[in-house]
Ligand binder design. Sequence first.
Ligand code: COI
Length: 355
Amino acid sequence: MNSLEISVRRTLSPKALPSSETLGFGKYFTDHMFLASYSTKKGWYDARITPYEPLPLDPGAAVLHYGQALFEGMKAFRHEDGKCVLFRPEFNWQRMCEGAERLCMVAPPKELFIEGIKALIKVDEAWVPKEKGCSLYIRPTLIGTEGFLGVRPSDEYIFFTILSPVSSYFGGGAKPVKIWVEQDYTRACPGGLGSTKAAANYAGSLKAATEAKKKNYAQVLWLDIQREYVEEVGTMNVFFVFDNEIVTPSLEGTILGGGIRNSVIELLKSMNKPVVERKVKLQEIRDGAASGRLKEVFGTGTAAVISPVGELAAKDWNIVINNNEVGPVSKKLYDELTGIQSGQLPDSKNWLLKI
Ligand code: COI
């Protein structure tokens, strides 16, 4: 694609905007979507905005049989002056490129990814909520669309983006959540897909999450395949605040490197807080809780931003963290990140892109 031309076909039946109290997460979709197609013969072509509608898909498509599907999660925010911004879109594009490489897919070029999303948000701008705590969740997705049952990478792809106005991810706000330490199922293995945002990773996580929910836990703490080291919490990265350091598991191939994880590390460094990326043993967490060294645990992700953990429980033990209250580090990071995103605090890291 030489210069980016995006055709626009507007909906003839716009939906009513949902009220901000009912938003929740991922329930509503805006009126339009962005798509671009790829084939090995033509390269990227036909960048277009269309009404939000079902995708025509060959039943033999690679995505349906061999799971060539990757997605991203991003947000746009409306500032007080009414203008809208994207939070770190290049980070998401870069990660989609890395995931595409791992899944033998063809990632959209940066201009197509970012300009396509910007153009879509301009068309659906009225859907970007202005209420505090609300935002527009953006779901860029890449799928293999060639109809062919031989097992090899697809020669055709669609990159599409849909939008969903959201309030906070967890209905109850930033209340600490109860987490089940998952010792039966694992999320990822060395050499596998753990560091990609492959749809398959989420399919593989549903069983553990469903069983945890039945036991009244919000999500699971994922361990490595030896069940010795901590990896992620639910769909989020995880941080531990000890007396003298703030620790998150290092990215060694099985963990998805999140945008909020990366932002939290940068913010903590700027605050001169001792933040360390290293392997974290489950036993260290238990010992830290017993000795009082463990002060806070929280998850980081685009959807929830910061999600404090109030309790970790396994088959034969449990620990309560910070008396089941939101701790000062979690609170400070939540305020900083949401302050930057919403334009209430200066964008000192240059993370915001005007739409
Ligand atoms: C996030 O925390 O942003 C996620 O990746 C969750 C999403 C899959 C709903």
